[in-house]
Design a protein around this ligand. Structure first.
Ligand SMILES: Nc1nc2c(ncn2[C@@H]2O[C@H](COP(=O)(O)OP(=O)(O)OP(=O)(O)O)[C@@H](O)[C@H]2O)c(=O)[nH]1
Ligand SMILES: [Mg+2]
Length: 435
């Protein structure tokens, strides 16, 4: 077996883990108890049970182990008492830290990035998502291969084989590294192909309004997708249930059609390699006319989740798109005044309540009615200037023609109306009628 071959999906099921929560001393929120809730849910998604929790609070984190030697001993005792087989550190570890800890505990050590990557790997369904995750996984593994091999050798009881085994391991690491780099290169070109296919699909969607659901993982995006489109997208009380962008029509009868896009959830410290490789999936959200920013209001950390969403949107360049804030899971909130406090123009709803879903639907319609103007533009068929402006900047609906004059029904954003009028006014034979 090579370390590049990933473990079977059920490898983690029923494993028991000791989890280390590391307080970030630079961060002001070091007071109080460490919140293990999220890492516990992440591990549960993998099928791993958290059996023992340890916190590490240090002024300066140990560059070799991340945690102090006292804690290492405490973890060893915890592992024995609770028969744990994995140690999970709830933050990113440098490759040497991960390798040193692995050697010290003589078992598998995962950091937060490793856990998230593994969930993504298990949940990726489409070819594109699988390719994206594989790139991220290989990039993560590349600098960590040495430790992985030493660990495997030790597990095989290779201590007696000594230098011979070590030599074999080193050679294998070199081979694996080269294979990994080649594979990353291949997968990246494959990914580019997916992106260009998507651009074509997107162009075909110009006649429609698009709305994208974005937000922290588990906030209820897919539930809202189902409720608004009456479709059967996977909804699970698991983190990262959805990894592929899904597109559905809200209402088949409305013209223009409104398409709803469900996207991958965000999370605190989302590994950079994943943000990068998922950029193409998230690009779907970037072409949207409106973002529904979905928040699980029942989560005590919802404010931090909102910050993460803002950050990711900024990173992928989506912060300029108009947003409708959707404070979801209102049914789980005792404090009924919260809805009033959360600000005008936002929605305080439950995805499980049809009345609320209708209210959200009306708000989406309202957004488009408020921001878009319907117009009828007549133009000679050979006038590419006006036609290409409309195709690029407007939502073009039906058109009719009388001899060589075409009449387009378009929806144009308020901000673009002046520009459209200006292009039309350049040509005597062109007219625009606002409806
Ligand atoms: N009580 C309650 N539960 C909800 C509501 N909306 C969603 N849920 C539950 O929250 C969990 C997560 O919902 P999803 O719709 O899968 O969340 P998501 O944002 O798509 O999650 P990811 O795809 O993992 O990013 C599921 O168990 C849902 O049934 C709500 O308004 N009220
Ligand atoms: Mg989902």
């Amino acid at each position: 077996m090579s370390f590049l071959d990933s473990v079977a999906p059920d490898y983690y099921t029923a494993q028991k883990a000791v989890v280390v929560g590391v307080f970030d001393v630079q961060h002001p929120q070091t007071k109080g108890d460490y919140d293990f809730q999220e890492i516990r849910s992440l591990l549960k998604t993998l099928g791993v049970e958290t059996v023992f929790e340890v916190t590490q609070k240090r002024r300066k984190l140990d560059p070799r182990y991340c945690i102090g030697s006292g804690k290492v001993d405490e973890i060893k005792v915890g592992m024995e008492t609770h028969e744990a087989s994995v140690v999970v550190v709830d933050q990113g570890l440098s490759p040497p830290q991960l390798n040193n800890l692995q050697a010290s505990f003589n078992c598998m050590v995962m950091d937060r990035t490793g856990v998230i990557l593994e969930i993504f790997r298990q949940h990726a369904k489409t070819n594109q998502a699988k390719t994206q995750v594989e790139i991220a996984r290989l990039e993560y593994l590349l600098p960590r291969m040495v430790g992985a091999w030493t660990h495997l050798e030790r597990q095989k009881g290779g201590g007696g084989g000594g230098a011979f085994n070590r030599g074999m391991g080193e050679k294998q690491v070199e081979v694996d590294r080269r294979r990994a780099r080649e594979k990353i290169h291949r997968l990246k070109s494959k990914l580019k192909q997916f992106s260009s296919d998507r651009t074509v699909q997107r162009r075909q969607r110009q006649k429609e309004f698009t709305v994208a659901l974005v937000g922290y993982t588990n906030s209820g995006k897919s539930s809202l997708m189902n409720a608004l489109t009456e479709s059967g997208v996977l909804v699970e009380d698991k983190l990262f249930a959805s990894l592929d962008a899904k597109v559905k029509t809200i209402d088949h009868h409305s013209r223009p059609r409104i398409l709803l896009i469900d996207t991958v959830g965000f999370i605190r410290n989302l590994p950079h390699s994943l943000v990068d490789s998922f950029r193409s999936t998230l690009e779907e959200a970037l072409t949207a006319d409106l973002l529904l920013n979905v928040i699980d209001t029942s989560d005590p950390h919802y404010r931090e989740h909102m910050e993460v969403t803002d950050e990711v949107l900024k990173t992928i360049g989506g912060d300029h798109i108009p947003q409708l804030m959707v404070y979801n899971k209102s049914d789980l909130i005792e404090d009924k005044y919260l809805g009033k406090i959360l600000g005008k123009g936002s929605q305080f709803i439950s995805a499980n309540d049809p009345k609320d879903v209708k209210q959200l639907r009306d708000a989406i319609d309202g957004f488009f009615l408020e921001n878009f103007v319907s117009a009828e533009v007549s133009v000679p068929a050979e006038n590419h200037d006006v036609i290409s402006f409309m195709q690029k900047e407007c939502i073009v609906g039906e058109f009719s023609h009388q001899e060589t004059v075409l009449t387009y029904h378009v929806l144009v954003h308020q901000n673009k109306l002046t520009n459209l009028k200006r292009v039309v006014s350049k040509y005597e034979q062109c007219t625009i009628k606002i409806k």
